[in-house]
Design a protein around this ligand. Structure first.
Ligand code: NI
Length: 212
């Protein structure tokens, strides 16, 4: 296993479109994913895309921690049983749970809602900065796992944001290119003092999380 060097904004590998993986079960793909996971963990990222470690292939890894505190603070223990909730609330509750560590090969995204939301994003390839980025609030994504199995999920909120961010890397897009207001790009050290004030209506988890 190895911790890989992370490409930073300006490196051509981050600007090119990555190639599909021909065989998800190939040993070299398994090796790449193992190193990506170790690199992501070492760097403290939420996600990582292969081009970020100088490999122009359509592979992403991510892990989305659920709003466990929020669940434990009321919705789960004190809230009404699921049967009593309206469809929208049940939907939302499902998406608040942890998304397991996921390896996605040749992923595709389908946007399910035209609604977008602004939320903070950071990137291991754009160190030291955080920006407010508009993203689709609900998506469906599918791709292949390491055994060649199909993975298909619907995602909302932060989960959907992470997947969109990582898949953008496969098309040579970094999050600042998705921003519609560059005045909301900030140094991480300053963002805590200023950006949060402007977005204090955002849900708490959207404020503090950052990813790869
Ligand atoms: Ni990134």
């Amino acid at each position: 296993m190895a911790i890989l060097k992370i490409a930073r904004m300006g490196h051509p590998v981050l600007r090119r479109r990555a190639a599909p993986v021909a065989d998800p079960r190939a040993p070299e793909v398994r090796l790449l994913v193992r190193d990506m996971l170790e690199t992501m963990e070492d760097a403290g990222g939420t996600g990582l895309a292969a081009p970020q470690v100088h490999v122009p292939l359509r592979v992403v890894v991510f892990f989305v921690a659920g709003r466990r505190a929020e669940l434990e603070d009321g919705i789960l223990e004190d809230g009404p049983p699921e049967e009593g909730l309206p469809e929208e609330a049940r939907h939302e509750r499902r998406f608040r749970q942890d998304v397991p560590l996921t390896v996605l090969i040749n992923p595709e995204i389908e946007v399910l809602s035209q609604d977008t939301a602004l939320g903070p994003e950071a990137c291991l390839s754009v160190p030291g900065l955080v920006g407010q980025v508009p993203r689709a609030t609900r998506i469906r994504y599918r791709g292949l796992g390491l055994e060649g199995e199909t993975i298909e999920r619907e995602a909302a909120g932060f989960h959907a944001r992470v997947v969109q961010h990582e898949c953008d890397h496969l098309d040579g897009i970094l999050y600042p290119q998705r921003m519609t207001d560059l005045s909301l790009l900030a140094f991480t050290s300053e963002a805590g003092r200023f950006v949060e004030e402007a977005f204090e209506d955002e849900p708490e988890d959207e404020k503090v999380q950052s990813h790869g």
